[in-house]
Design a protein around this ligand. Sequence first.
Ligand code: CO
Length: 183
Amino acid sequence: MPYCQLVGATLLTNQLAMKTRNLFGWLTLGLFLVTSCGEETTQKETPQQEAQVQEPVSDTAYVVIQGNDRMMYDTKHITVHQGQIVVLTLKHVGKASKDVMGHNFVLLDNGITISEFGQLAAAAAATDYIPEEARDKVIAHTKMIGGGEEDVIIFQAPPKGLYDFLCSFPGHYSMMKGEFHVK
Ligand code: CO
């Protein structure tokens, strides 16, 4: 834009000095400025557009997350893209039974915290630790599994944003939790 402003200032000064303020003069000045500015804008935008070209996003995101006998997931951050179909596999790589060291993967919608959900879930053994009163806050969840088991779920990624996930087995959410980022 400095070039554009320089041209504009120079022409404006000349125009005033000449004191020929006829309509044709102003139209010519205007046309010249539009042309100059337009060309400069085009030249500047081209490289930016090229830089923004990204790799095409796959339709499907495959996610594998592991839980172990030490009450831990192997990841605290999962990233997918909006609109993707998420194929998520939860693997329990430990040996403990699901009554002792059960793990699931619960993806929460916004509007409930991990601790709020975890506390409700602790009293929901009858429904596999998914509390009925907060089921509308669950985007997706696996079943509860024990050592050596795995479960696969398929769901559509929610809108762009940050979401929480947790294991809703009683007491596990303090350690087994993470961020699910939809880009
Ligand atoms: Co667990």
